[in-house]
Design a protein around this ligand. Structure first.
Ligand SMILES: [Zn+2]
Ligand SMILES: [Zn+2]
Length: 306
C-alpha cells in the first residue's frame, strides 16, 4: 500500500495535488520505498479518482501503442530492399495500400468491439480479485506467472485454432484472418470479432481464471503478459525470419518461422507461441527455414546434375 501525505488524511485539502505531476510528487514524498514505476502507477489512480476509467484508459492506450508500435518497424522494413533477404515470402511483398486497409479494419475492431469490453475489465478485476495497488509483485512472481500464461494460452490457441479450421468454422469465422497468405505484422489481429473473442479468451480469460482460483495476480503482471503476447503475435505474422530470431536460441519457440507456413498452406502449425503441440499431435507442417533449406538443397542438386 502507498501512504497518502498527512494533509490528505484530513478533509482540509489545502494545497491538495491537482495535476498528474502534483500527485506523483505527493506520493513520491511520502513513499520512498516505492520505485518510479510504482509511484507513476499510484499517481495515475490518485489523479483520475476513478479506477474504472484509470484501468480502462491504461489498457486501451497500452494495447494501441504496443500493437502499432511493434508493427511499425516491419512496415518500414518492407520498404527497405536490404531487408528483403530476410522476408520469408519475398515474392509476395504487401503494398502500403494493403497494410493501410488492414490497419483500418484492426482499428475499427479495436474501437467498436474491444473498447466496450475494456471498460468491463476493471469491474472484472475487482470481482475476480486482481490487484491494482502498489507495491507491485516481485519480478520472480511476475516471471513465473507470465511463463505459465504463455504455456496455457498456447494450448488454448492450438485447440481452438484447430476447431476454427474445420470447414464450417473456417468459412464462417476464420477465413478473414487468412486473407493474407503472406502475412505482415499489422495482420496479427486482422480477424472477425467472433474469432477475436474466442482466441482472446486464451490471453485474457486464462489469467483472470487463474486469479479467480489463486487470488494472486496483479494487473501490472497482466499488462506485461499482454505486451509479451502482442510481441509474439506480431512477430509471428511479420513474415521475417532473421538469424537472430528467438527460435534459433529457444528451439521450441514458434515465431514467424512456424506461423508464416500456416498462412501459406492454410493447414497445420496451429499453435501460437511454441512448437510442442503441433509436434506431438502430428500437425507440424515444417518451418520456413526448413523449406528454404530444402529449396537450396534442391537447387544445388539440380546444379550438380547439369
Ligand atoms: Zn488459421
Ligand atoms: Zn495468423
Amino acid at each position: 500500500m502507498y501512504v497518502p501525505r498527512p494533509s490528505r488524511l484530513n478533509s482540509t485539502l489545502t494545497g491538495a495535488p491537482v495535476t498528474y505531476v502534483d500527485h506523483f510528487n505527493d506520493i513520491a514524498a511520502y513513499n520512498i520505498h516505492l520505485n518510479v514505476f510504482e509511484k507513476a502507477w499510484a499517481a495515475w489512480y490518485a489523479y483520475l479518482q476513478n479506477d474504472v476509467l484509470a484501468t480502462g484508459i491504461m489498457s486501451f492506450v497500452m494495447h494501441e501503442v504496443v500493437y502499432f508500435g511493434r508493427a511499425l518497424p516491419f512496415v518500414i522494413m518492407d520498404r527497405i530492399p536490404y531487408f528483403r533477404k530476410y522476408k520469408i515470402q519475398a515474392h509476395k511483398m504487401p503494398t502500403l495500400a494493403e497494410q493501410w486497409a488492414c490497419a483500418r479494419l484492426v482499428l475499427l475492431s479495436h474501437f467498436t468491439v474491444e473498447l466496450p469490453q475494456i471498460w468491463l475489465f476493471h469491474p472484472a478485476c475487482q470481482f475476480f480479485g486482481l490487484s491494482t495497488t502498489v507495491p507491485f509483485p516481485s519480478w520472480y512472481t511476475m516471471a513465473w506467472q507470465i511463463a505459465l500464461f504463455f504455456v496455457l494460452e498456447d494450448a488454448w490457441h492450438y485447440w481452438f485454432h484447430r476447431v476454427l479450421h474445420t470447414p464450417k468454422m473456417y468459412k464462417m469465422i476464420h477465413k478473414l484472418h487468412h486473407q493474407y497468405s503472406a502475412p505482415f505484422g499489422l495482420a496479427a489481429e486482422y480477424a472477425s470479432p467472433l474469432e477475436t473473442m474466442i482466441l482472446a479468451f486464451g490471453s485474457v480469460g486464462i489469467p483472470v481464471a487463474f486469479c479467480a482460483l489463486t487470488k494472486d495476480l496483479h494487473v501490472v503482471t497482466m499488462y506485461l503478459w499482454i505486451v509479451g503476447r502482442l510481441f509474439q503475435a506480431i512477430d509471428s505474422h511479420s513474415g521475417y525470419e532473421f538469424p537472430w530470431s528467438l527460435h534459433h536460441f529457444l528451439p521450441f519457440w514458434a515465431g514467424a518461422d512456424h506461423h508464416d507456413v500456416h498462412h501459406e498452406k492454410f493447414l497445420g502449425n496451429y499453435s501460437s507461441s511454441f512448437r510442442w503441440w503441433d509436434a506431438t499431435m502430428g500437425t507440424d507442417i515444417g518451418s520456413a527455414s526448413e523449406g528454404a533449406k530444402k529449396k537450396q538443397e534442391k537447387a544445388l542438386l539440380a546444379q550438380k546434375e547439369e
